[in-house]
Design a protein around this ligand. Structure first.
Ligand code: ADP
Ligand code: ADP
Length: 224
């Protein structure tokens, strides 16, 4: 069974904008899957539907075998989302932020778990600093740790490296690859072909709300 399965997914926003028009694809378990496309193609819309933040107009989506309509709680428990926008309480520390979300996800209380997550994204020195005092790069890394708090089998990163410098980009990649080596299925969106080529086993290309390619990275690069 696929880690993520999307069938005939469509989204028409209240403005009348058809952001997705019959998109179908599967993400294989254990893989790194890249969703590539220019700005406005519909990438975030797909992720926001998976995250439960945007209501689809039609079609189906399931995560780890759980249909997002039929089994929304199980679907959500199976995925960690790293959104584009930074959104956590500026007056909580990274440690408190992780503990808060662990509580929300019903993760058994274990302070070591939060510290391990912070260590993995190299934020252990900032565990007790207010989030508002962290640099942009540190906040991004905290977002990644937050997405992994309930140890989901799938993690989705929405444009993880947009507007990020080379050093931070390298750090994020290393972490993503390490997670994948430990068995986590990874989906990332990007508008950089190079980034997708280097990281992903398979790349789907979306444009104007339609999937226009979906191939193993090697084949796709061979075509160019
Ligand atoms: P991408 O992530 O590939 O840049 P998006 O999924 O954000 O693309 O957007 C796809 C299209 O839907 C764009 O034309 C965008 O302007 C539009 N869109 C996104 N969110 C909304 C919204 N909440 N209301 C209306 N249109 C939206
Ligand atoms: P670190 O936590 O590794 O010190 P920084 O926050 O100093 O990372 O970021 C490194 C570089 O990346 C800086 O030049 C910063 O402007 C840029 N950067 C980090 N996050 C963002 C972001 N969300 N948007 C735009 N630029 C960012």
């Amino acid at each position: 069974e696929a880690a993520i399965s999307i069938r005939d997914l469509s989204k028409r926003y209240a403005t009348g904008k058809q952001a997705l028009d019959g998109v179908s694809f599967d993400v294989e378990r254990g893989s790194i899957f890249g969703l590539l496309g220019p700005n406005g193609a519909g990438k975030s819309t797909i992720i926001n539907i998976l995250a439960g933040m945007v209501q689809k107009t039609s079609g189906h989506a399931s995560i780890w075998g759980f249909d997002i309509d039929v089994n929304p709680r199980n679907a959500k428990a199976s995925i960690g989302i790293v959104p584009q926008e930074i959104m956590f309480d500026p007056f909580f520390t990274p440690f408190e932020t992780l503990e808060l979300f662990a509580g929300l996800y019903g993760v058994p209380k274990d302070k070591r778990h939060s510290m391990e997550l912070l260590k993995a994204v190299r934020l252990e020195d900032k565990a007790d600093a207010y989030a508002r005092t962290l640099s942009g790069g540190m906040k991004r890394r905290l977002l990644v740790a937050k997405a992994m708090v309930h140890s989901p089998p799938v993690i989705v990163l929405d444009e993880p490296t947009a507007g990020v410098d080379i050093e931070l980009r390298q750090q994020l990649w290393e972490y993503v690859v390490a997670l994948n080596k430990q068995g986590t299925t990874v989906v990332l969106t990007t508008h950089y072909l190079e980034e997708a080529e280097q990281l992903c086993d398979r790349i789907a290309i979306i444009n104007h709300g339609k999937l226009i390619a979906n191939k193993p990275t090697k084949e796709l690069v061979g075509m160019a």
